[in-house]
Design a binder for this molecule. Structure first.
Ligand code: NAD
Length: 454
């Protein structure tokens, strides 16, 4: 397939201005939603083949978020895309000033494997809402999900507007050499750097949704039971293969024992041994081996069981962990939860600050002062107080990283902005001219200009 030909066709279509029409954009968004709804059983089946994930989880963590993004965009599109009036300064009197949102053009969206629909389609919704054309490359790793996305979209959308290109590193490397008007990438920090470099060659703006080690602070005055319940859900959802999963826990030493027991209780309650119905497989053998290698047997507090044929790793809690341990050297991205104790919150916070800025951070505490201090002193993409992961479900909260965990954000209006340029216009009438800016420059003009501009 000649990818440049697709880009050229999309450029041509974009220049017809059809995608800028609000009615058109809404129709495309509704069409996408109808297509997904009509094919829900097949979409769920594909995810099951890739992950052994239940229909419940596929709906809750993949499709519902995309539907919600579509509904919000359809409802708010007219307002988001309308020109915004802003004040005009005295030097330009009389005039009006406004900002016109405009689509960027041909966009390239690259998805990650862990939530193949949501991570590919939520940016697509934003790109569509903003009036762009789209080339989507889902991750090649979940083969069935990638294939069904390509089939559905390529059968129902014209390629000069929206097309899916499947493929791995080679295909992506080729695509990244071409010129796009926007690249939206979700994936690892390592590949994020490759994408950023390639984009720089064409001065293409990028959004990078990357990963990192997201900490969860568990302070001594939290509700231990509720904290454990929420953390177990957040960590072992999708078998820990979630970019905003709490990567590790920092718990006040005085409550460690009670907290560990509560974690164990909820793991037993949610996931009985070898229960594949409510639990997800590790995506492939490579990740299965990588994860097993992170489990130091003498540090297992609970779990550790695994089954290679099923690519199953039980929810695993590690205790007596320190920042020097193997499991703390990379993003875990699997069902292993290291628990580190602390006695001095300031010291442990200083330690966290020495590491790259994470995508998320969670604080569990009833102590407002300490919560506020942590939110103030730590830099991270986004997060939650007394909960974990759920902030992603609130479309009013822009979602994205900072530093090593990414740049830019999306969801709701933030997504629309990520795929738009805001054109600033000063609009003057002809009937008045102050003549102050023109030569000859007199001392009176200087006085007046100092007053106006000073
Ligand atoms: P990845 O970086 O390996 O792959 C992401 C995309 O990049 C895929 O489409 C893949 O085909 C492509 N790719 C891989 N290697 C490439 C190369 N050398 N050159 C060009 N393209 C290449 O990431 P992944 O394994 O799919 O996902 C896991 C990572 O993504 C984790 O770090 C996780 O935290 C992060 N992530 C972040 C978010 C977020 O929203 N911020 C969401 C999910 C995952």
């Amino acid at each position: 397939m000649d990818h440049q030909k697709i880009i050229t066709a999309q450029q041509l279509y974009f220049s017809s201005d059809e995608t800028k029409n609000i009615v058109f954009r809404k129709a495309q968004l509704k069409k996408l939603k109808a297509l997904l709804i009509a094919n829900e059983p097949a979409l769920c089946e594909a995810i099951y083949k890739d992950f052994k994930k239940s229909t419940f989880e596929t709906y809750a963590t993949e499709l519902s978020l995309v539907y919600h993004e579509i509904d919000t965009a359809v409802k708010k599109l007219a307002r988001w895309s309308s020109r915004q009036r802003v004040a005009t300064n005295m030097a330009n009197f009389p005039a009006k000033s406004y900002i016109i949102p405009e689509p960027l053009g041909v966009t390239f969206i690259m998805g990650a494997w862990n939530y193949p629909y949501q991570l590919s389609l939520a940016p697509v919704v934003a790109a569509m809402a903003a009036g762009n054309t789209i080339i989507l490359k889902p991750s090649e790793i979940p083969v069935h999900s990638s294939a069904i996305l390509a089939k559905l979209i390529n059968e129902h959308f014209p390629p000069d507007y929206f097309t899916v290109i499947e493929g791995g590193v080679e295909v992506t490397t080729g695509l990244l050499k071409l010129k796009f008007d926007k690249i939206f990438f979700t994936g690892s920090t390592t590949v994020g750097k490759i994408v950023y470099k390639a984009a720089a060659e064409h001065l293409t703006p990028v959004t990078l949704e990357l990963g990192g080690k997201s900490p969860a602070f568990v302070l001594k005055d939290c509700n231990i039971n509720r904290t454990a319940q929420r953390l177990v859900w957040a960590k072992f959802l999708n078998a820990g293969q979630t970019c905003i999963a709490p990567d590790y826990v920092l718990v006040d030493q005085s409550i460690e024992k009670e907290f560990l027991e509560a974690l164990k209780k909820y793991i037993q309650q949610f996931y009985s041994e070898n229960n594949f119905e409510n639990y997800v497989q590790i995506i492939n053998d490579k990740n299965f081996e990588r994860l097993l290698n992170l489990i130091e047997p003498n540090k297992i507090y609970f779990g550790g069981n695994h089954n290679k044929t099923e690519r199953y790793i039980a929810p695993t809690i590690l205790q007596n962990v320190s920042f020097n341990d193997k499991v703390m050297q990379e993003e875990i991205f699997g069902p292993i939860l290291p628990v580190i104790t602390f006695t001095d919150l300031n010291k442990i916070t200083a330690e966290v600050k020495q590491h790259p800025k994470p995508l998320s951070c969670y604080v569990f505490s009833n102590n407002t002062k300490q919560v506020e201090h942590l939110l103030h002193t730590l830099s991270f993409g986004g997060g939650a107080v007394n909960d974990a992961v759920m902030h992603i479900s609130n479309g009013h909260l822009p979602f994205g990283g900072v530093g090593n965990s990414g740049m830019g954000n999306y969801h709701g209006e933030a997504g629309f902005k990520a795929f738009s340029h805001y054109k600033s216009i000063l609009h003057k009438p002809f009937w008045f001219e102050a003549n102050m800016k023109y030569a000859p420059y007199t001392s009176l003009k200087l006085k007046l200009i100092k007053k106006l501009l000073g």
